[in-house]
Design a protein around this ligand. Structure first.
Ligand code: PLP
Length: 458
C-alpha cells in the first residue's frame, strides 16, 4: 500500500505558533483620529490577552495546554498525497494537501476559534458574538464556545443563511444562536435593511452587527470575535503550515508551489506563513492566494487604508479593499465574499512575496468535482478555488515537463454546501462579469483616508 497520508506523532505536533510580525514590516492600524491605534482602544471589543497577541512581534508564541487539548480532537490533520488527482491530470507534479476538513465543524476555522474562546474565558468573558459567511466560522465558534462553557451569538450573511439552513442547526447542536444578517436587532442591520430590504447581506454588514451586539452589553461580559483578517487569527492558523512542514520533511519533500483560497486570508496564511518565513530568508517558492473572480480583492483592488466592516466600527486597516460598502455578487463561496484582506497577507502581496490569482466559479466547481471523484472528499466551495489553481499548475508542470511539488490547503468539506453543487450540476452556476463600475464603484469611500506606505520587509 502506498503511503498516502502522512501523520505526526503527538510529540511532533508544534507547540508554538509562528508570528510573521517578527519578520515583516507593516503599516499600523489607525484609529478614528487617523493616528496609530493604541491597544486600549480595542478593549471594549476584544479581551486584552488577545489584543496583546494582535500587536506582539515575538516570533514564537506558546500554544496553551488547554488549547492543545481541544485541538488534539482532530490534530494533527493529515497531509495527503493526492495520487488519484495526479493520475487524472497525468501530471509529473507531486500534489499534497493539508486536509483541514476533518475538524468537527468541517474546516480550518476552529484552529483559531478554540484559542479565541479560551483566551476570552481566561479573561472572564461569558458570551461571544461573531459574523459568519459560509457558516463554517459560526459553526467553529459555536463548537469552541461549547468547549469552554461560553454563550455564542452568530450573525450569518442572509444569502448563506438561506442557501444552507443546516449550518444554523449545526450551531444549535453546540449551543450557538444563529440569526440572519442584516437583522433588525442592531442599528447597522436596520440601516442596511432600510437601504435595501432585499439585500443578500455581506460579511461587512454582519461584522458591524456582531461588534455592535458585543459592545452594547453593559455588563462588560461580552466580546466580539473575528474569524479571519486579524493578526492573531493568522497566528493561530499557522499550526497548519507548521504541521505541513514537518510532515513534508518526513517524506523529504519541500514545496515549489503553495496554494490556498483567500477570503479574509486565514487558511491561506495558516499554510503559507511558515513557508513565507523561508522565502523571506532566501528560499525559492511560489506562493499563490486564490480568490473568486466575483470578489477580486487582491487582483483588482488597490492597497489602501479602509474599514473592515460596513458601518465603520473597525479601525482603518492597511489592506487591499474593494471598499467597505462593496456588495459582492451572491457567489456560492460565501466565505470568499469579503471586500478586504488580512493586512499581513496584503503587505506580502504588495511587496511581491505572494502573487494573487483569481478563478471563476465554473472553473472552481469543475476542479472541485474532479477532486471529489478522485480524492473522495467533497470540497467546500471556497476550497474549490484553491483546487482550480492546483489543476492549472499541475497542467503547467506537465507542459513544462517539470516534477514540481504542489502543496495546497483543502480548507473544508462541502457537505453542507450541496445546494451549490446542485446548482452546478443543473447548469445554474453563472460566471459573474463585474463591470468597471461594479468593481470600482465603492472605492470612493476611502478616497480621503490616509494612504499606507509601500514598505519592504525583504
Ligand atoms: C472552508 C473555507 N475555506 C476558506 C474560507 C475563507 O476564509 P479565510 O480566507 O479566512 O480562510 C472560508 C470562510 O468561511 C471557509 O469556510
Amino acid at each position: 500500500m502506498r503511503n498516502r497520508q502522512i501523520f505526526l506523532k503527538p510529540e511532533e505536533i508544534p507547540r508554538q505558533w509562528y508570528n510573521i510580525l517578527a519578520d515583516i514590516k507593516i503599516n499600523p492600524p489607525l484609529g478614528p483620529d487617523g493616528n496609530p491605534l493604541s491597544p486600549d482602544q480595542l478593549a471594549p471589543v476584544f479581551p486584552m490577552n488577545l489584543i496583546e497577541q494582535e500587536v506582539s512581534t515575538k516570533r514564537w508564541i506558546d500554544i496553551p495546554d488547554e488549547v492543545m487539548d481541544v485541538l488534539s480532537i482532530w490534530h494533527p490533520t493529515p497531509l495527503v498525497r493526492a495520487y488519484n488527482l495526479e493520475k487524472a491530470l497525468d501530471t509529473p507534479a507531486r500534489i499534497y494537501f493539508k486536509n483541514e476538513s476533518v475538524s468537527p465543524p468541517g474546516s480550518h476555522k476552529p484552529n483559531t476559534a478554540v484559542p479565541q474562546a479560551y483566551y476570552n474565558k481566561e479573561f472572564g468573558i461569558k458570551k461571544m458574538t461573531t459574523e459568519t459567511g459560509a457558516g463554517q466560522w459560526g459553526s467553529a465558534l459555536s463548537f469552541a464556545c461549547c468547549q469552554y462553557g461560553l454563550e455564542c451569538k452568530v450573525f450569518m450573511v442572509r444569502i448563506s443563511f438561506d442557501q444552507k439552513p443546516y449550518r444554523k442547526t449545526m450551531m444549535a447542536a453546540w449551543g450557538g444562536n444563529c440569526v440572519p444578517s442584516p437583522s433588525m436587532s442592531t442599528k447597522a442591520g436596520r440601516e442596511a435593511l432600510e437601504l435595501n430590504p432585499d439585500t443578500p447581506g455581506t460579511l461587512g454588514i454582519a461584522i458591524s452587527e456582531a461588534i455592535e451586539a458585543a459592545v452594547a452589553d453593559e455588563s462588560g461580559q461580552t466580546r466580539y470575535s473575528l474569524g479571519s483578517v486579524l493578526n492573531h487569527v493568522m497566528l493561530h492558523q499557522t499550526i497548519i503550515g507548521l504541521e505541513a512542514k514537518r510532515q513534508l520533511e518526513k517524506v523529504s519533500e519541500y514545496p515549489d508551489v503553495i496554494i490556498g483560497c483567500a477570503g479574509g486570508g486565514s487558511n491561506f496564511a495558516g499554510l503559507a506563513f511558515p513557508f513565507a518565513y523561508d522565502k523571506i530568508h532566501g528560499k525559492n517558492v511560489d506562493i499563490y492566494p486564490v480568490e473568486p473572480a466575483g470578489c477580486p480583492t487582491l487582483t483588482q483592488a488597490p492597497f489602501v487604508y479602509d474599514h473592515g466592516d460596513t458601518a465603520k466600527y473597525t479601525p482603518l486597516l492597511p489592506m487591499y479593499s474593494l471598499g467597505h460598502t462593496f456588495v459582492p455578487p451572491p457567489v456560492h463561496s460565501g466565505g470568499l465574499r469579503y471586500h478586504g484582506m488580512a493586512p499581513t497577507v496584503s503587505q506580502l502581496v504588495d511587496e511581491g512575496v505572494f502573487e494573487a490569482r483569481s478563478v471563476t466559479q465554473s472553473k472552481s466547481y469543475a476542479a472541485g468535482v474532479l477532486a471529489a471523484r478522485t480524492e473522495g472528499i467533497i470540497p467546500a466551495p471556497e476550497s474549490c478555488h484553491a483546487l482550480a489553481l492546483v489543476v492549472e499548475e499541475a497542467q503547467k508542470a506537465k507542459e513544462e515537463g517539470k516534477e514540481k511539488v504542489i502543496l495546497f490547503n483543502w480548507s473544508g468539506h462541502g457537505l453542507l454546501d450541496l445546494g451549490a453543487y446542485e446548482a452546478y450540476f443543473s447548469g445554474n452556476i453563472k460566471d459573474i462579469e463585474l463591470s468597471q463600475k461594479d468593481l470600482h464603484g465603492s472605492e470612493k469611500v476611502y478616497e480621503d483616508y490616509p494612504k499606507p506606505q509601500h514598505l519592504k520587509s525583504v
